[in-house]
Write a new protein. Structure first.
Length: 254
């Protein structure tokens, strides 16, 4: 059986509504989203205070990230290849330009530049060739002093992800279960002339089949994230990247 490319995986009718429900009904996903919102706003304050922001939300899907940011930026643009996902986004967004396009095949956004590019829940899911094509297309659109912010929602450094990965491989030795570590994230961005300058950890305690309350997870994340050497053990780290400069010293825990 031929694996469907990630490009095609979200195009079927009803995918947008299905994706929205996933984030509304799953306790762990609601927790991750609450943390991601906090961190995204912290990044905006830290790196863009007093600056006009031109946002590109790549693989914007149903517009979660774009909706959070569109009233905090000067211009807001979202791109995706999925009509059903964009249909949901159109109902939520007020001043965002939404474009249905695959910029890895036709980068119609050139020669525009954006000083904030976000890409959530994309790179892990994409096959290696698509990851590389996407990061290079985004690097072409990143302003000289801009920042790319992306997440890896199945970090192989997380003990819970490693446990689920090993369990899956025992049952499905020929199956595909995507995981990606900090080193792979670093190699990915460096291949496009970028570098990770900071990593924000998200999600430390996610034991399989053991319900953990929303508030307990918040407390664990708050306490654990104070120790940078633990970044690599979080389940869904968020990376802040910019153009590689020889004088920079990466703050990321590699």
């Amino acid at each position: 059986m031929t694996k469907v490319s990630y490009r095609e995986s979200h195009k079927y009718e009803g995918k947008g509504a299905e994706y929205e429900a996933y984030y509304q009904n799953k306790t762990w996903q609601r927790f991750l989203w609450s943390r991601e919102k906090q961190i995204i706003m912290k990044i905006l304050e830290k790196y863009f205070a007093g600056k006009e922001v031109n946002l590109l939300d790549f693989a914007c899907g149903t517009g979660r990230i774009t909706e959070l940011l569109e009233n905090h930026v000067k211009t807001s643009t979202g791109v995706d290849v999925s009509s059903p996902m964009l249909a949901i986004a159109k109902g939520k967004l007020k001043r965002t330009e939404l474009i249905e396009v695959d910029i890895t095949a036709e980068n119609i956004l050139k020669p525009r530049k954006f000083n904030l590019i976000t890409a959530f829940r994309f790179f892990l899911n994409a096959e290696p060739e698509l990851r590389s094509a996407a990061i290079k297309a985004l690097a072409e659109l990143l302003d000289e002093d801009g920042y790319l912010v992306f997440n890896n929602h199945q970090n192989s450094g997380s003990p819970w992800i490693r446990l689920r990965f090993e369990h899956y491989r025992k049952k499905n030795p020929e199956g595909i279960y995507n995981v990606m570590g900090i080193k792979q994230m670093t190699k990915l961005v460096e291949g496009a002339g970028l570098q990770i300058i900071e990593i924000y950890p998200v999600g430390f305690f996610h034991p399989p089949k053991l319900p953990v309350s929303f508030h307990l997870n918040c407390t664990i994340d708050w306490a654990t994230s104070k120790f940078k050497f633990l970044n690599r053990f979080s389940e869904s780290p968020i990376a802040v990247c910019h153009r590689k400069r020889d004088s920079d010293n990466s703050k990321a825990g590699k």
